[in-house]
Design a protein around this ligand. Structure first.
Ligand SMILES: [Fe+2]
Length: 262
């Protein structure tokens, strides 16, 4: 999050309105239309319910105030416009205060399927539907509070928990009922199709394993961790996460999956 980024966030005008050129609205349109086809039968029902609440426009990039009205009403969350990349400390502080950072830029067409930098489509269409859900919202808030107090090494371990849940989590241990809740998947048209294809490896969620599993942000994920149900995020949030982090730190990481080697 603190390395160079190929994108620049757009600034709001004096009325708090963010203007985007027509070609950027077109990217939003193309992404949301493609995902509308992809999501039924793949996204978890809690996500789809949140998506219905947000009623995202198809023909233009939504303004954050419109998203906030729905989030505040459901879970007391809101969004916070941020530059393309922010320091970890600011990221955790926002989450701890029930504010979800949204970088106000959108990917170019050449990055249509996946970008490493989280853009407004990733944050709004990928994460905000589930921020209307109490378990998902609470997990984010607790994660932010833990991250604020964590040192640099602890944060690297915590990042794996976030990665394998909020970003790339699946739910449903029975393969026929397995669905996606991770925003990193749900904002990537190609990964939405791949995630439930049977090609990756599926492991039942276990925090001790998750914290020790290497990942890369520039590869399609070879391993997904699967929750039994979304409300389990409540239980994880209330568990001794930092105790698990310390155990994982003493045991060290698993060998990376072969597809993650250079
Ligand atoms: Fe994300």
């Amino acid at each position: 999050m603190t390395t160079a980024c190929a994108y620049t966030a757009r600034e709001a005008d004096s009325d708090g309105f963010i203007h985007y050129p027509p070609e950027e609205h077109q990217v939003w349109h193309d992404l949301i239309v493609r995902q509308q086809r992809n999501l039924p039968g793949r996204a978890c029902h809690e996500y789809l319910e949140g998506l219905a609440k947000l009623a995202l426009p198809h023909d233009h990039i939504p303004q954050l105030a419109d998203i906030d009205a729905v989030l505040l009403d459901n879970t007391g969350w809101r969004t916070a416009p941020v530059p393309a990349l922010i320091p970890f400390g600011r990221f955790f502080k926002l989450l701890a205060n029930k504010a979800f950072p949204v970088a106000t830029f959108i990917r170019r067409h050449e990055d249509f399927d996946y970008i490493q930098e989280p853009d407004i489509f990733h944050e709004i269409a990928g994460h905000c539907p589930l921020l209307t859900h109490p378990a998902f919202a609470e997990f984010n808030e607790i994660y932010g509070k833990l991250g604020l107090d964590a040192d640099k090494t602890e944060r690297v371990f915590l990042a794996r928990l976030y990665w394998f849940t909020i970003e790339f989590g699946l739910v449903g241990l029975n393969p026929q009922e397995r669905r996606i809740y991770g925003g990193g998947i749900l904002s990537s048209p190609s990964e939405t199709e791949y995630a439930l294809s049977g090609k990756p490896e599926y492991r039942a969620f276990n925090i001790a394993d998750v914290l020790r599993t290497p990942y890369r942000i520039d590869r399609i994920q070879p391993i997904y961790y699967v929750l039994d149900k979304l409300d389990t995020l409540f239980e994880i949030a209330q568990s001794d996460i930092m105790g698990e982090v310390h155990k994982a730190m003493s045991k060290g990481l698993f060998e990376p999956h072969p597809s993650l080697a250079d």
